[in-house]
Design a protein around this ligand. Structure first.
Ligand code: PBG
Length: 329
């Protein structure tokens, strides 16, 4: 008797395969990113992300009802404002595009969890994630000046009705500043999902087109992580937890499945999200459009692998399709 036979016996019947399956996807695992744009009655498809579009606030209610009907528990909002300036001041405008979108969503679908991405790259005219200053002969993001503005943005999102704040700028001391800023403003019940381990990645390419947030010069390597580093992610995560992060995120997901696993093993008690980013989605879509891969099969395999690696939830552009595929099984 070969030991391999014993393992194959467990695969011999489809219902038995269902019984022994270790990782199960459900709509509850997904957070869907949405791009909200200034203006009226406009839907601009994002070429590199088929199936996704920038949408004006007036089109959001119908979209939100569909998302809720599919069983997706949460969305994360990105805003494309009409006016950009050097400090990204439209990001904390009470009449800003994200603030309007939050109100619209809470009105149309009160049960849908509204998470907001907290950053400046979509709101600054230079496309960097904060206020700039000269430092050692080059231009860089000024950490503490950016923190003060991030607090204004977070409080403004909370005032508009956001259920959770997800800061993505990777500034030092960011979580502590936001926690105390939110608490002081009366929002101690609002959780913070930290983009704790966010890598300087080529996989954000399509997103920068979608959010119109490509840096005008330089790159984000002074604040985002080097893809070569793993242990450093654990330091970032530990710091964010001490500062008060309620949920953690690793981003991107696929080239960083090992980081997801290491973070989960180090902090099994903390809810962990993984961001299946724009470039990861675009590769699947492009290959499927060419008939080179089976989109449903590959997308579900990818999502399952992210959960198996240790993520409790996945921010993914596949969310709506995945829910339909799950319902059709
Ligand atoms: C920053 C932010 C980015 C993404 C999410 N939040 C872009 C960046 O860091 O350059 C990328 C997400 C994706 O690629 O899907 N606001």
């Amino acid at each position: 008797m070969f030991p391999a036979t014993r393992l194959r016996r467990l695969r011999s019947h489809p219902r038995l395969r269902d019984l022994v399956r270790e990782t199960e996807l459900t709509p509850n695992d997904f957070i869907l990113p949405l791009f909200v744009r200034y203006g009226k009655n406009t839907r601009i498809p994002i070429n590199s992300m088929p199936g996704h579009a920038q949408m004006t606030v007036d089109l959001l209610a119908a979209e939100a009802r569909e998302i809720a009907r599919l069983g997706i528990p949460a969305v994360i909002l990105f805003g494309i404002p009409e006016k950009k300036d050097a400090i990204g001041s439209s990001s904390w405008d009470d009449a800003g595009v994200v603030q309007q979108a939050i109100r619209c969503l809470k009105d149309a679908t009160p049960d849908l969890l509204v998470i907001t991405d907290l950053c400046f790259c979509e709101f600054t005219d230079h496309g960097h994630c904060g206020v700039l200053h000269e430092c050692g002969g080059h231009t860089d993001v000024a950490n503490d000046a950016t923190l003060a503005n991030l607090v204004k943005q977070a409080v403004s999102h909370a005032q508009a009705g956001a259920d959770m704040i997800a800061p993505s700028g990777m500034m030092d001391g960011m979580i502590q500043a936001l926690r105390s800023g939110l608490d002081t403003a009366g929002f101690s019940h609002i959780p913070i999902m930290s983009y704790a381990a966010k890598y300087a990645s080529g996989f954000y390419g399509p997103f920068r087109e979608a959010a119109e947030s490509t840096p005008k010069f330089g790159d984000r390597r002074t604040y985002q992580m080097d893809p070569a580093n793993g242990a450093e992610a654990l330091r970032e995560v530990a710091l964010d937890l001490t500062e008060g992060a309620d949920l953690l995120m690793v981003k991107p997901a696929l080239s960083y499945l090992d980081i997801i696993r290491r973070v989960k093993d180090a902090h099994p008690e903390v809810p962990l999200a993984a961001y299946n980013v724009s470039g990861e989605y675009a590769m699947v879509k492009a290959a499927a459009a060419n008939g080179w891969i089976d989109e449903q099969r590959v997308a579900m395999e990818i999502l399952t692998s992210i959960r198996r690696a240790g993520a409790d939830m996945i921010l993914t552009y596949h969310a709506k399709d995945a829910c339909r595929w799950l319902a059709d099984r």
